[in-house]
Write a protein of this length. Structure first.
Length: 332
């Protein structure tokens, strides 16, 4: 009898707890529904915003022209992963480390194989200025050839003109001689002897005095020889010679050293030649008139001779023949 009230209380407590749990579950379900509604509203607003933006882009991106009926070619399945051709392993040519020569090649004044156009003047130009001339004898050591070819000669002329600050057409290569040099060289522990050549090359400068900075020939000679001697003494001439030799393909001078230079005494050509005072070439008017008169007289003499032989002489022979025939008839 005493147990039953306790059981009743426990049962009522259980019912109360079950009812509270049902209420809490209902509350949780309501809260979940409310949160889902809010999330749906946010998602719907985002979708509406994105849809409006896409609609604006679609309305703005109107094609300028109508598309063709069909593509001209089918696209490839996948883009290529590598270029169509590989780059070359090295450039086609290596740029020079230094600027071009002081004098262009071919240098001004050097005649080409064939003239580009006819000369505009009918006769060569006249010498109107004294010409300063002297020779320069260079001593070049370490050449790989006993002779100097056209590339070597052009190289020496080029650098000589560069040192004296004149144009290359005023410098002429005169000639060269050589002497053998034996040099000892150690390679891989072995003693080798190589043959090099010492060259004695000569150039000549023919510079019009009007082309210089002064009209005094003595000062002009001192100026040009000083420039040349200083270039050789400071090894600038050797450096420029090796650089120009490499550019012009003068291999025998690529490792040549300039030991010294010796300049001859200067000569001045004062044989000036000026054009005639009237500035015209050819015969004078009197000579032309004399030639015309002589031709007319010669034609008249030829005509008179022809007339004499054709008409006068033949007529006399015909008259004599007629008289001889008449005498024969009278005698009969």
């Amino acid at each position: 009898v005493a147990v039953s009230p306790i059981v009743d209380q426990l049962l009522s407590l259980q019912q109360f707890l079950n009812m509270n749990l049902s209420i809490l579950s209902l509350l949780f379900a309501v809260l979940a529904c409310v949160s889902m509604v809010h999330a749906s509203e946010d998602l719907l607003s985002n979708l509406l915003d994105a849809g409006s933006k896409e609609l604006e882009l679609l309305t703005a991106a109107v094609p300028s022209v109508e598309p063709t009926a069909e593509p001209t070619a089918e696209p490839s399945a996948l883009p290529t992963l590598s270029p169509s051709s590989l780059a070359s392993s090295a450039p086609t040519f290596k740029p020079s480390a230094s600027p071009t020569l002081f004098m262009p090649t071919p240098a001004p004044g050097d005649p080409t194989n064939r003239p580009t156009s006819r000369p505009t003047t009918s006769a060569p130009t006249y010498q109107t200025s004294p010409i300063l001339s002297f020779t320069s004898n260079f001593t070049l050591s370490g050449s790989t050839s006993p002779t100097m070819n056209s590339a070597d000669q052009l190289t020496l002329r080029n650098v000589t003109a560069w040192a004296m600050q004149v144009t290359i057409n005023t410098v002429t290569f005169v000639g060269s001689t050589s002497v053998a040099e034996n040099r000892r060289m150690l390679r891989n522990g072995m003693s080798l002897f190589t043959t090099k050549w010492k060259l004695f090359a000569t150039t000549r400068l023919d510079l019009p005095v009007s082309a210089g900075d002064t009209t005094n020939t003595t000062l002009l000679y001192i100026q040009k020889t000083t420039l040349l001697n200083n270039a050789v003494a400071t090894n600038q001439f050797t450096t420029q010679l090796q650089k120009v030799a490499a550019q012009l393909g003068a291999d025998s001078l690529a490792t040549t050293d300039v030991e010294g230079v010796d300049n001859s005494a200067a000569t001045v050509d004062n044989d000036l030649q000026y054009p005639p005072s009237d500035g015209k070439d050819g015969l004078s008017d009197g000579a032309i008139a004399g030639i015309v008169i002589g031709v007319v007289v010669f034609v008249a003499l030829v005509a008179a001779g022809i007339y004499y032989f054709v008409y006068v002489r033949n007529g006399a022979k015909s008259h004599e023949a007629f008289q001889s025939n008449s005498d024969v008839e009278i005698s009969l």
